[in-house]
Design a protein around this ligand. Structure first.
Ligand code: SAM
Length: 662
């Protein structure tokens, strides 16, 4: 059972107060009303997410922020007489009832109105009257109102509602003539005949249907704060004009389009899903070019270190570790065991052949999940180089043995049975290894770096699994900080001239400060840390698509080729799609007018290894400011799923596990 009280507190602090809601009455009201009691059954666990949620009849409960924003704009004060039009689940009316003297609420769908009334009774909200009907006509018998909130978007502010405002009264209503969203207006009645109007920004609501609203049949579904632009029809055209069409992946001109980033120390290449072939092929083409022409030698990817180390030995023509397990066996295997990655690894192997060993390009993993692989690698290394130290390490790591296969259960064990001692053991082991650095390095520097990184990883992973149990941003931040530090170690050990290319999901490489990750959840990521550390010497390049992906429906489930829904009408992806250009590079720093137009936040789609089309808006979209998140955006309108490697891809004369059993 989720801790709803805690989630509610967090929602108020992070989604409301930090975004600028300052009215104490509003914040207190939002702290008191249990949103989980107002969402459709089955959605309770999402109740405190920063998003609208379904409530039945094709309608939604508004995003908490928008409810608070409207209440604050309406300046609702204790004891006042308030009307809400579009009561839906009753959530906003319940929040209003915590401040106002009396709340009148109108809902046009009888089933929703009845359910809301039952909730009010159950939760003990006695100062709300709800009726089913057309709210555009208001509630004349209960007028005048000090405040009227309309929770659905109309073509204009209904005259009946304006007439039912008291002098000094405020009407807050989304108004818009186009299908793309509305402007949130605050209309104040200054006198019997004078009304003033204030524009509070762009929003997206379900339509207000009624005599003074839209006609029945105008049925879009959504209710979320949007970027909102008064006239945005030209934006796709501006994108089309700025878009630089991308040639074929195999055409050298493809990589050459990224020459503008050649002088950067770090070029980070994203992806909008872990299962899209075009993202892998594009990143491979860019990486080949940067390695061949511009001296990049580090390819650091969102894969586990010990697994990537197996590939690294292969591409740098070093002998394989005899007992190393075949790499990339952890879910989702298709992320690295796919045809596009295999082709790229082949290329690295061939490219390095003609190059002196110290100058060869390497393939490294930044991620921390394969703790057992790292333990095996450290023990292997010490067995060879220092058997006494290996015996001590074996004992220390033994502490973690029960959880090596299922490390996610380790956090609970720490809580219940004092396994905290593992923490000291792994840290001491790491320290010991580094204290013998000079001695070990003298024998084989590359092997030492590998073992040292594995020892660091085990210490990070121990901590990661311990804090993962508590949830929240801390475990994400630890993981991304570890990935960033690994990148730094690679750059340091490569010397001051070394340059790196990172392959990771957009959520890791787009600057988190300009997405919901940062401004709502306090999460950071590699992209942000690179900008903070390297400034303009880091290039953050995001990737996007309109349709097409490989993903699973649940964790540990099989890979499926899934059809991605067309991008949301309020997303950056939709703007790119509407540009009509099928594949392009958009340099976000070249056209200042376009940059300015794109700055205001919109939705952006994030698909990892799981894709859930049924709850897409909640599960996969987040607010972001694209030109601040990335330096450039690579667009493929139509995309295809990756092809996982199977036995049929073995090459004659090569071991069956080729190319990943290297
Ligand atoms: N405030 C609601 C809540 O907290 O759950 C969310 C409202 S939902 C975004 C908008 C609601 O307005 C829908 O339930 C819809 O049926 C209702 N609606 C649309 N037109 C209406 C009208 N003319 N009169 C009353 N309700 C209307």
């Amino acid at each position: 059972m989720p801790d709803f009280a805690h989630a509610r507190e967090r929602m108020v602090d992070i989604q409301l107060a930090r975004r600028g809601i300052g009215d104490r009455h509003v914040l207190d009201a939002m702290r008191r009303v249990p949103r989980e009691a107002f969402v459709e059954s089955g959605f309770e666990e999402f109740a405190y997410e920063d998003t609208p949620l379904p409530i039945g009849e094709g309608q939604t409960i508004s995003q908490p922020y928008i409810v608070a924003l409207m209440m604050e704009a309406a300046e609702v004060k204790p004891g006042e007489n308030v009307l809400e039009v579009g009561a839906g689940s009753g959530y906003a009316a319940a929040a209003l009832s915590q401040i106002a003297g009396r709340v009148y609420a109108i809902e046009r769908h009888a089933a929703l109105g009845e359910a809301a009334t039952r909730r009010f009774q159950k939760l003990g909200y006695r100062n709300i009257d709800l009726r089913v009907g057309d709210g555009t006509k208001g509630w004349p018998e209960a007028a005048p109102f000090d405040a009227i909130l309309v929770s659905a978007g109309g073509p204009s502010a209904p005259q009946a509602l304006k007439n039912q405002l008291d002098v000094g009264g405020r009407l807050v209503i989304p108004v818009g003539k186009e299908a793309g969203g509305q402007r949130l207006l605050k209309i104040t009645r200054e006198s019997g005949t004078v009304f003033t109007e204030e524009d509070l920004g762009g929003v997206m609501f379900v339509p207000l249907i009624g005599e003074q609203g839209w006609a029945e049949g105008n049925g879009r579904i959504a209710a979320k704060r949007t970027s909102g632009h008064a006239s945005e029809r030209s934006l796709p055209n501006m994108i089309a004009a700025a878009a630089e069409p991308l040639p074929d992946f195999e055409d050298p001109a493809f990589g050459a389009m990224f020459d503008r980033f050649a002088e950067r120390r770090v070029v980070l290449l994203g992806e909008a899903s872990h299962g899209t072939s075009e993202f892998y092929r594009a990143r491979a083409a860019i990486t080949r070019h940067l390695i061949e022409r511009h001296g990049f030698t580090i390819v650091a990817v969102e894969a586990d270190w010990p697994d990537a180390a197996v590939v690294d030995r292969h591409v740098r023509h070093r002998s394989a570790r005899p007992d190393a397990e075949p790499p990339f066996q952890r879910f989702p295997t298709w992320m690295w065991r796919n045809l596009d990655v295999a082709a790229f690894i082949d290329w690295m192997h061939r490219h390095n052949e003609a190059i002196a060993p110290p100058d060869r390009a390497g393939f490294y993993g930044l991620d921390i999940y394969n703790m057992s692989g790292s333990i095996a690698a450290v023990l292997d290394y010490l067995d060879k180089i220092d058997p006494d130290a290996a015996a001590v390490a074996r004992e220390r790591y033994g502490c973690l043995t029960p959880w090596q296969k299922e490390p996610s259960t380790y956090g609970r064990a720490v809580l219940t049975s004092g396994y905290r001692k593992c923490e000291n053991a792994v840290v001491e082991q790491c320290r010991d290894l580094f204290s013998k650095r000079l001695d070990y390095m003298a024998r084989d520097g590359t092997d030492f770096l590998d073992a040292a990184q594995n020892a660091r990883l085990i210490a990070s992973a121990e901590r990661y699994y311990r804090i993962m149990y508590y949830g929240g941003a801390e475990s994400w931040n630890l993981r991304d900080t570890h990935m960033f530090e690994t990148l730094e170690h690679l750059l340091e050990s490569g010397g001051p001239e070394s340059k790196a290319i990172v392959w990771a999901h957009n959520s890791h490489i787009g600057d988190a400060r300009y997405t919901e990750m940062g401004f709502v959840r306090e999460e950071l990521n590699i992209g942000q840390l690179c900008r903070q550390r390297y400034g303009d010497a880091a290039a953050l390049i995001g990737f996007g698509t309109h349709e097409g992906v490989a993903a699973a429906s649940d964790w540990d489930a099989d890979m499926e080729v899934k059809q991605v829904r067309p991008s949301h009408e309020d997303s950056y992806e939709r703007l790119c799609h509407d540009s009509g250009e099928p594949r392009f590079l958009l340099d976000l720093n070249r056209d200042e007018a376009l940059r300015q137009r794109l700055l205001e936040r919109r939705l952006e789609r994030f698909i990892g290894v799981i894709y859930r089309p049924e709850t897409e808006l909640m599960s996969h979209y987040a607010d972001a400011s694209l030109p601040q998140q990335f330096d450039a955006f690579v667009w493929f309108d139509q995309t295809a799923a990756v092809t996982p490697l199977g036995p049929e891809h073995a090459k004659p004369g090569m071991p069956e596990t080729y190319p990943f059993g290297l």
